[in-house]
Design a protein around this ligand. Structure first.
Ligand code: PLP
Length: 373
């Protein structure tokens, strides 16, 4: 359970925006996005960075990261079109979703995208036909234990199958170039990457023994943001990652990484309004105009947000829920807040990642608009 005692963490700029804008809306601090990108690239100077566009596909965020020198990781034709409209060239785009539809593969190949992930024979066949000559990298299953938003079961293969698939890809008109993994999103165990790098090395050696020299390791995303509890810093994780890379691959290899959450999460504040209050079975319920379906989807998977009502005062326990007529729409089962009134603003911190990107208009409630400041 989180305890919120003051709203001093809410930037003045956001409070000013809240004075004359309809809620819910997402305020993104441009400088913070730039700073997060810079800190990351300084901590991992040898890695090529590809922002995972799914995290927040706002066009202005894409432009900021493009100007800063980032590449991009995508899964769909819409994401590809967005990047092409922003002037991102195909050679700065990769696709690490091992399950791609054929129209997307064709469009990406046509636009000059040369790197695709895979984890099955089916994907080899599709890529060989619709993106011949591409560099393809295998998605390896790795432990997601340190992650608060695991991504393991749906993707990836174990070491021996990974090696077999890479070897088989070389028999088609494709270049087996490397390995990718994802330690799970919001990963708070800095050792997770090291364990995954060690496992990748096994596959690397297996295919080498069959005459195939891989070139690239994609260490995925997973770098966490601060919601309620403290987290390891990017520098701490980078130190662990760089050390593992040096141990496992002392001669140096191409390193790719595709962070999402860490670049935009803490840059975003979701501004909402209290629409109702109720007492049910001794519980205090607070209802906001933003909920699970129009922005805070990750709260049902266990992500806890810090919330700051505009007024301070004595703390009470609250269950906080969204506006829809669905009882899944509960954002926090227990949070201590000073009591807000209907019409008061509630600021939700670290809400720039996987919020508007997931939002729907379910039950007629609007998707928060995004403002950059
Ligand atoms: C293939 C892939 N790469 C990168 C990311 C970004 O991960 P994160 O936001 O945890 O950095 C994701 C997230 O789902 C992903 O699926």
């Amino acid at each position: 359970m989180s305890t919120i005692t003051s709203n001093k963490n809410i930037p003045q700029h956001v409070k000013r925006l809240a004075q004359n804008r309809e809620t819910p809306f997402l305020a993104i601090n441009k400088n913070k996005v730039q700073r997060k990108f810079r800190q990351f690239t300084e901590a991992m100077p040898d890695a090529r960075v590809f922002y995972a566009v799914k995290t927040n596909s706002n066009k202005r965020i894409v432009n900021i990261l493009h100007d800063a020198g980032s590449g991009f990781e995508i899964s769909s034709k819409d994401e590809l079109d967005l990047l092409l409209n922003c002037g991102v060239p195909g050679n700065k785009i990769i696709s690490s979703n091992p399950l791609k539809n054929i129209p997307f593969i064709r469009a990406a190949h046509g636009a000059g995208v040369k790197y695709f992930a895979f984890d099955s024979e089916t994907e080899i066949a599709k890529l060989a036909e619709h993106a011949p000559g591409s560099n393809i990298y295998i998605r390896l299953t790795v432990s997601n234990e340190g992650s608060q938003w695991p991504l393991s079961r749906k993707f990836g293969v174990e070491t021996e199958i990974a090696a077999d698939l890479l070897i088989n890809a070389a028999r088609h008109n494709l270049i087996p170039c490397g390995i990718t993994f994802h330690v799970g999103s919001q990963c708070i165990d800095a050792n997770s990457w090291g364990n995954a790098i060690k496992k990748s090395r096994l596959v690397w050696e297996m295919v080498k023994a069959q005459g195939i020299e891989l070139k690239m390791l994609n260490i995925g995303g997973g770098f966490p943001v601060e919601y309620v509890d403290s987290i390891p810093s990017v520098n701490q994780i980078a130190t662990a990652v760089n050390k593992s890379l040096k141990t496992e691959f002392p001669n140096g290899i191409d390193i790719f990484t595709e962070p999402g959450r860490t670049f935009v999460g803490e840059a975003g504040t979701l501004v909402s309004t209290v629409i109702a209050k109720a007492k049910r079975n001794e519980e205090n319920w607070l209802y906001l105009d933003v909920g699970v379906f129009n922005g805070l989807m990750e709260s049902i998977g266990g992500i806890e947000y810090s919330m700051y009502p505009e007024k301070t005062g004595p703390l009470q326990k609250w269950v906080v829920a969204g506006p829809s007529c669905d009882s899944m729409d509960v954002i926090s089962n227990e949070i201590r807040l000073p009591e807000p009134e209907v019409g008061d603003k509630v600021y939700i911190a670290s809400a720039g990642a996987y919020t508007t990107a997931y939002a729907s208009r379910f039950n007629g409630f609007p998707i928060p608009k995004t403002y950059l400041y």
